[in-house]
Design a protein around this ligand. Structure first.
Ligand code: FUB
Length: 340
């Protein structure tokens, strides 16, 4: 019967999620999973980690990725299919190296893929590519999105048909090299007791491959309305922004970088300011922590990664998923996924 089929599906999904330590795929290294539901199916847009001889440093030179694969999840048991190379650096005219954490969006039958990479001058920019299929292959725009810089794009599709691009990352992500619209080689941070460097956001143009406005600061404040400060490493934005909406509230979530958490803050507007709320995901195995959140058939899921598949090598990661719970007050229950 129909009811039995639904029960079987729920069982299969519950089974798939029971073991939080199972990577979605094991034949390649994957990281930074951005998950979306397109046409009734979950698609995951991850980075594709590769071995590299580069030295391990604070600039992230060891993250030397050169292409992207897209995963889709089976509707019944969430088993993952790898759809092969969706975009390669050889097919991106402006990009020189390091294809880092991507995202995707859907509008009017076209799928848009967003990705950071260094340009010919070694400066991180954010590019766009498109396809008629959610799994690509994607055709890159000839140049990066004008006005973008830094890393980790995340596109949020609002209920009114607006799309917002959030981006930014410290250290290797170069946010600290941008001041008054100019890139400088020297790192420059505000004083420790000043407002932390913010993520950036801007509305996308109707064509999805341009910004409709100058990037604005994503301001995070505490319960007293004070901005989160540079030296508040447990709460300040580091990289990996993501936005979802729950009960009409915008949730801005992100990695705290050197304190290795996924934290979140909430607002009544996609522009913020966002009020700090707490931790979504505690540190995982490996230096980076990077996530996304999506709702599928009434349940919320957290996608994240760790370095368990490579025995702990920070730049060789694997993506995973688990259920995410908002309590009756809209607070997110902290997930502890560290493998002991
Ligand atoms: O995967 C490369 C970089 O590491 C990402 O862009 C960051 O968010 C971090 O996960």
């Amino acid at each position: 019967s129909h009811a039995e089929k639904i029960q079987l599906k729920d069982l299969a999904r519950a089974n798939a999620l029971k073991n939080k330590s199972d990577p979605l795929v094991k034949h390649i290294y994957t990281a930074d999973p951005s998950a979306h539901v397109f046409d009734g199916k979950i698609y995951v847009y991850p980075s594709h980690d590769v071995e590299s001889d580069n030295s391990i440093n604070d600039d992230g030179d060891h993250f030397a990725m050169t292409d992207y694969h897209v995963l889709s999840l089976d509707k019944d048991d969430f088993s993952a299919t790898d759809h092969g190379v969706a975009l390669s650096i050889d097919d991106v005219p402006w990009a020189s190296k390091q294809m880092w954490a991507p995202d995707a969006a859907h509008k009017n039958g076209t799928y848009y893929f967003y990705f950071p990479a260094r340009d010919e001058d070694g400066i991180f920019r954010i590019g766009a590519a498109s396809s008629k299929s959610p799994t690509g292959p994607f055709t890159a725009e000839p140049n990066y999105i004008q006005g973008t810089f830094s890393i980790d794009p995340a596109v949020y599709e609002d209920d009114d048909g607006s799309y917002y691009l959030y981006f930014g990352g410290l250290w290797g992500g170069q946010l600290q090299n941008w001041h008054e619209g100019k890139f400088s080689k020297a790192d420059k941070y505000p004083a420790p007791n000043e407002t932390a460097l913010p993520a950036k956001m801007a509305k996308l143009s109707a064509n999805m491959v341009e910004l409709a406005e100058e990037p604005k600061d994503v301001v995070i404040i505490d319960d007293n309305g004070e901005t989160i400060k540079v030296n508040d490493n447990n709460r300040r934005f580091f990289e990996g922004p993501w936005v979802h909406k729950y009960n009409g509230v915008y949730y801005f979530s992100y990695s705290t970088g050197d304190t290795h958490k996924i934290a979140y803050a909430t607002s009544s507007s996609p522009y913020g300011p966002f009020t700090y709320q707490g931790v979504i995901l505690n540190p995982v195995l490996g230096w980076t922590n990077h996530h996304s959140i999506t709702c599928y058939e009434g349940k919320w899921y957290l996608f994240y990664h760790d370095s368990s598949l490579s025995g702990g090598q920070t730049h060789l990661r694997c993506v995973k998923m688990t259920e995410l719970v908002h309590d009756e007050n809209g607070r997110i229950q902290t997930v502890d996924a560290y493998e002991k």
